[in-house]
Design a protein. Structure first.
Length: 87
């Protein structure tokens, strides 16, 4: 995994510091059960400027054979408990 500080972006009322880098395909496939295990994926994290809370994650790479896809995760309401139930 390689990471580097990126620029700042605004997301709603938050200013986010971006961190860019790469992740191995095996880590993506283990987490999401999809993706080329042998590939490298680009990742961009968005952290709040004042508290360094994770607010966004963008993953780009070969999730499916023959194409490059982008998945974006936005995190909100971090101070509220969330119930997670097993399917």
């Amino acid at each position: 995994m390689h990471l580097a500080a990126g620029g700042k972006v605004r997301e709603g009322s938050d200013v986010l510091q971006t961190i860019t880098g790469t992740l191995p395909g095996a880590a993506i496939a283990d987490l999401l059960v999809v993706g080329d295990r042998t590939a490298t994926f680009e990742v961009t994290y968005g952290l709040t400027d004042t508290t360094s809370q994770l607010r966004s994650v963008v993953l780009k790479g070969p999730f499916y054979a023959g194409s490059t896809s982008t998945y974006t995760l936005h995190l909100t309401s971090l101070s509220q408990a969330v119930a997670i139930t097993r399917p």
